[in-house]
Design a protein around this ligand. Sequence first.
Ligand code: XMP
Length: 510
Amino acid sequence: MASLVVIDYGSQYTRLITRRLRELQVFSVIETPDVTPARLRELDARGVVLSGGPQSVYGERAPQLPEGLLDAGLPILAICYGMHLLARALGGEVAPSPVREYGKAVLTSYGGALFDGVEGEFVAWMSHGDSVERPPRGFAVTASTSDTPVAAMEDLARHWYGLQFHPEVRHTPKGLSLLDRFVDATGVPRDWTAAHIVDAAVADVRTRVGYERVLLGISGGVDSTTLGLLLHRALGDRLVPVFVDTGMLRLGEGDEVERALRGLGVELVRVDAQERFLGALAGVVDPEAKRKAIGRAFIQVFAEEARRLQADGGRIRFLAQGTLYPDVIESAGGHGAANIKSHHNVGGLPDDLDFELIEPFRTLFKDEVREVAEALGLAPHLRDRHPFPGPGLAIRVLGEVTPERLTVLQRVDDIFISALREFDLYQDTWQALAVLTPLRSVGVMGDGRTYAHTVALRAVTSVDGMTADWARLPHEFLATVSSRIVNAVPEVNRVVYDITSKPPGTIEWE
Ligand code: XMP
């Protein structure tokens, strides 16, 4: 599949470049600066973007241009550090700026291929120490700021472009248009649409799997549910989907996911393992110990089921997993996706279960999985769900998880989340949750004194969950939710709202 390749020089925005290109319906991947010409051919690269980076080109271990890049005949968009590298390699001059620019700058553009349609003044996001003092031969200066005479340059003949600022961030409001023009210049096909992703993944899975069978663990979350739909489309009943109900899902969520999948033709095997999980959690209070207990119980239940299914229906050769592109980049240690090999077995499964792994979502971001879910017919309220942790509500019942306490939390959570949907606030928050605290306090209800639980509500805004801010939910809304909770759930007599950002807080309480 034709692609644009983003070379990662360590900018915090590298992923964002890839995502923006994908918004323009271009398949784009991240590679490291040591990417080889052969790898670029393998990726069918039609153009290369050099990201920014924290280094100076004069630094001791400054990363270099990929070998052979300048002879590859490919269009290049070089951003910030990338621009400095390109300028130097071609005989231009790069110097430390007298003024270190950081933040918004007003740019004047003089036209050119990239600035076509956005000539004149506009705001751009700068962050750099060095800058190009004299562009290399063949390059025209296409934009400046008051502190940076060469804020953009281009060599139209070779389709090589340099930008001192970041077109990928929202703080450069016209940046997407610049990326769009670069895409035009490369001629790469704009076919990265949900329908295309589905078709390509289906074809891929069929080739890889042949007439073998594939086992899939479904957790109830968006990713594994969507993967179930995709694999069902590719393989029909050669997909063996196993839904392990841990009992730690939201009120009614397990049934709902099962109904939705069956409605779309996926006949899943449901394992009701609530008792097993509650047993594994009995007496466990420490958050990490809870996670481990659940992880172990999951592996045990899943392994038993896998053995049973193989004893009944013959060998299952493959195991599918919903690994996403951000996991792939991360497990490569933040150095791009270049060196990752797909492993052959899943961490933790016993040796007798020797599956080959398939990961059809390895190239997708989370929002792309949601688009795939839409293309495959998953109902909107199931595909737009907030992220939900693997251990589920167990890490939101502080202290020991008992069936009674879990039920209390499920009811509170359901009231909160349903109200967010009812008041059209669900999509304004990145994640929302309720926490059952071990705290009891005194209250009055009717004529009587109560001594009951405190629950905490938390809703955050975020881009990727790494940092987050507490959501400024309207007071009226919070008042409504609070009174609904204390009226409907007798075990609760106090509701608090968490106003901590991350950092210093985390999103979950455990
Ligand atoms: P924190 O609490 O670390 O959460 O700010 C960031 C995101 O990760 C989710 N989370 C988990 N997901 N297993 C998961 O699959 C876990 O053990 C886990 N702990 C936290 C959390 O819900 C949030 O989206």
